[in-house]
Write a protein that binds this ligand. Structure first.
Ligand code: SAM
Length: 230
């Protein structure tokens, strides 16, 4: 029994956010796999739920850092607070509560402002900022070139919202630069390999197509279930 993970799950339930337990646990395990002195980037941290899962995975590792990018103006998912509040205080309060201050570097900017000052190569990129297609597309086209070969890219809400879904298909699933495409909860993820060999590119496209069939059947089944329910 993993008591550290059990208490992490229990204690994060008080942090407001949209991340499910299985998504959080996946982020925790994937961040644990980050190499020594690794770099994790999170776009969209809100009040820190995903930040705490990602940060807890690297709590005892040497050198690895998590950059958390968010302008902290509230989430568009909550229109009553969007652009009317500042979530930074609550975010940083949660980071302190989990004793992660030394691991997390907050960047209080939008992802496109942050890219201008960011020079590191990334091992793990988690995207959960704006869910408008144009913005997710911008996040992917600007940030993925900073990911190391063999690094991971995860897009939240990709199986449930049209913007992240369309962007995931175009830039992850149908891209020859990615392999090991998978899905967990609302997230779609892939390993960035950017191969030079044309045959490997074809192999990636071919294998990713089967992942697409698996993911699209889940998406369709979920929509049917929702239609039946209402
Ligand atoms: C759905 S919430 C993120 C939830 C968070 N990952 C969690 O686990 O609770 C979306 C966040 O993205 C931020 N955001 C919106 N547009 C952004 C952008 N262009 N760059 C970075 N963050 C952005 C919002 O301020 C908001 O806090």
């Amino acid at each position: 029994m993993n008591t550290e993970l059990d208490s992490l799950i229990k204690n994060t339930q008080t942090i407001p956010g949209w991340l499910s337990i299985k998504e959080g646990v996946f982020l925790y395990f994937l961040s644990q796999k980050t190499p020594l002195n690794g770099i994790i980037v999170e776009i969209g941290s809100y009040k820190g739920k995903s930040t705490v899962f990602l940060g807890s995975g690297i709590k005892n590792t040497n050198g690895t850092k998590l950059f958390s990018i968010d302008p902290h103006v509230g989430s568009i998912e909550k229109p009553q607070e969007y652009k009317k509040i500042d979530t930074f205080g609550e975010f940083w309060g949660n980071i302190k509560l989990f004793k992660l201050e030394k691991k997390i570097i907050p960047i209080k900017k939008t992802s496109l402002q942050a890219i201008k000052i960011f020079s590191e190569k990334i091992d793990l990129l988690f995207i959960d900022g704006s869910h408008i297609f144009k913005d997710v597309k911008n996040d992917l086209s600007h940030w993925v070139p900073k990911v190391k070969k063999g690094g991971w890219v995860i897009i939240h809400d990709a199986t449930v919202l049209p913007g992240p879904w369309k962007a995931s298909k175009k830039f992850l699933i149908f891209s020859p630069k990615f392999q090991n495409i998978g899905m967990i909860g609302s997230m779609i993820f892939g390993k960035y390999t950017d191969p030079e060999n044309i045959l490997v590119k074809f192999k990636n496209i071919f294998l990713n197509f089967f992942s697409y069939l698996y993911i699209i059947s889940y998406v369709i089944m979920r929509r049917i279930k929702n239609w039946i329910k209402y």
